[in-house]
Design a protein around this ligand. Structure first.
Ligand code: FUL
Length: 488
């Protein structure tokens, strides 16, 4: 008798404990900086350099620096535009494959001080586009990142060890002089237009080992521990495997890390990630607002429309990736007026689409709840750190939202609490219409979730919505479900 009373008491205590403790994390897990990075969702890319003035995409490293001659350059105008377009940061191409640097690097003569640009000077009295960008980012509250191309067609020693030493020094210079960087972009390109490696000849390199990536990563992280390192295989975030801004369905934030390297040939795998990956390396969708990365006058008529940019948003942020939107700076040295208008309108569309969460006023019930702290009400409280969770051992479940009256919806947004891992393998959304539950048709597979998943569908009018989670890697930890009526 006594024993069983004690046992029951202990059991109550244990259950009480489980009710109030979060589910155990399920790896691979994001680093806190990766979670903060993912929350940025959209940020700008800037391609600007000698290519801009020579109508090229991949200069050979022999264009005259004097041809860089903007007529009314205004870095603040770039950053103001990005801000209005809802971008949370900007990554600038500090050096593209032609080797020309936008900052006054003392390691090469092929730099901005040899150009015709005569703008504001840095603290050493030199023109310095990166210093201008740092100032503007600080003024408007955007984060800054840099792209430093490993491939360099200007450097005479490219292909030899001397170039690698130069690249490491150049990177050190960059990461120690321009304040905190949220991302460092390591591009994987190395030829493809008939010339590999050097300027107008072939210089083959061992892509996997030549640049000494472990050393590159340690240089970056020593000076910029908060930076996310981008490359085909991370380690901070990964290329999505295409340049049209489309993440996969499903999209896992994991990779088998040691398999992927810059220039990795199986890039289609990067679109969905590796479901059995061992490391958290989420996808970033890089795409240009124009066909080219650099400005070409003939592309003034080919700027992506606000609606096309909105589609890309749904295919990137809406599929658990970030959206890196490139702005080719024009020959005046500004974000071109067409690009700027379209980007700002794009943001308005997204804000209008996702304005009012109609589930906030709906009644919510869940198949099971871990404990009071993990109630299904957390799904609509607008807080990041509260979430609905199921008990240990319960890896499936469903939540139902009931409206007071029939309600029209055409968007559904879901978020997992990713600090505890990406768990949901599959989910389904049904609406109660004509007296029965019917799956909604988002025109694509439901897929998985991760940081964010947004479904778009033809408007339905319904009294209830049910989200079922038939397959998960562990107990469910969902921190947000929202429904909207975009009417578009
Ligand atoms: C590619 C480069 O070759 C393009 O020129 C551009 O910079 C793009 C973002 O990455 O790999």
């Amino acid at each position: 008798m006594k024993v069983s009373v004690i046992t029951s008491f202990l059991m109550v205590c244990l259950i009480g404990q489980a009710e109030n403790t979060p589910p155990a994390p399920i790896g691979p897990l994001p680093q806190p900086k990766q979670v903060e990075w993912q929350k940025m969702e959209t940020y700008a890319f800037v391609h600007y350099g000698l290519n801009t003035f020579n109508d090229s995409e991949w200069g050979y490293g022999d264009a005259d620096p004097k041809t860089f001659n903007p007529s009314r350059m205004d870095v603040e105008q770039w950053v103001q535009t990005f801000k209005q377009a809802g971008m949370k940061g900007v990554i600038i191409v500090a050096k593209h494959h032609d080797g020309f640097t936008l900052w006054p690097s003392s390691l090469t003569d092929y730099n901005i001080t040899r150009s015709s640009y005569n703008g504001p000077k840095n603290k050493d009295g030199k023109v310095d586009v990166l210093a201008e960008l740092r100032k503007a980012c600080d003024k408007y509250g955007l984060k800054m990142g840099v792209y430093l191309s490993p491939w360099d067609r200007n450097h005479a020693e490219y292909g030899h060890q001397a170039y690698v030493d130069y690249y490491h020094k150049q990177l050190t210079d960059l990461v120690t002089n321009y304040g905190p960087l949220f991302e460092v972009w390591l591009d994987g390109a190395n030829g493809g237009d008939g010339y590999y490696g050097g300027a107008r000849e072939t210089r083959k390199i061992d892509r996997r080992n030549y640049y000494n990536f472990p050393k590159i990563h340690s240089i970056i992280l020593e000076h910029q521990p908060q930076a996310i390192i981008f490359s085909d295989g991370g380690p901070g975030c990964r290329w999505v495997g295409n340049e049209h801004g489309e993440a996969g369905i499903p999209n896992w934030s994991f990779l088998r890390k040691n398999e992927v390297y810059p220039g990795y040939p199986n890039n289609q795998e990067l679109k969905t990630g590796h479901p059995d990956g061992d490391t958290w390396i989420p996808a970033e969708c890089d795409v240009s607002i124009r066909p080219g990365w650099f400005y070409h006058p003939k592309e003034d008529s080919k700027v992506k429309t606000p609606e096309q940019l909105a589609d890309i948003y749904y295919q990137s942020v809406g599929r658990n990736a970030t959206f890196l939107l490139n702005f080719p700076i024009d020959r005046e040295g500004r974000v071109n007026a067409i690009d700027s208008a379209n980007a700002v309108r794009f943001r308005q569309i997204i804000d209008e689409d996702l304005r009012t969460n109609l589930l906030r006023k709906a009644k919510v019930t869940a198949s099971s709840v871990r404990g009071k702290k993990y109630s299904a009400k957390n799904l609509t409280d607008g807080k990041w750190d509260t979430y609905w969770a199921t008990p240990d051992g319960v890896n499936t479940g469903e939540v139902t939202f009931t409206f007071k009256k029939p309600t029209k919806i055409d968007r559904l947004l879901l978020q997992e609490y990713i600090p505890l891992g990406q768990r949901v393998r599959r989910f389904v959304v049904e609406a109660f219409i004509d007296g029965k539950w019917q799956p909604i048709d988002p025109g694509e597979p439901f897929g998985n979730i991760g940081y964010k998943r947004i479904l778009r569908f033809t408007a339905i009018e319904t009294t209830s919505i049910k989200v079922s989670f038939p397959e998960s890697r562990g107990p469910l930890c969902i921190n947000n479900i929202a429904a909207y009526f975009a009417n578009r």
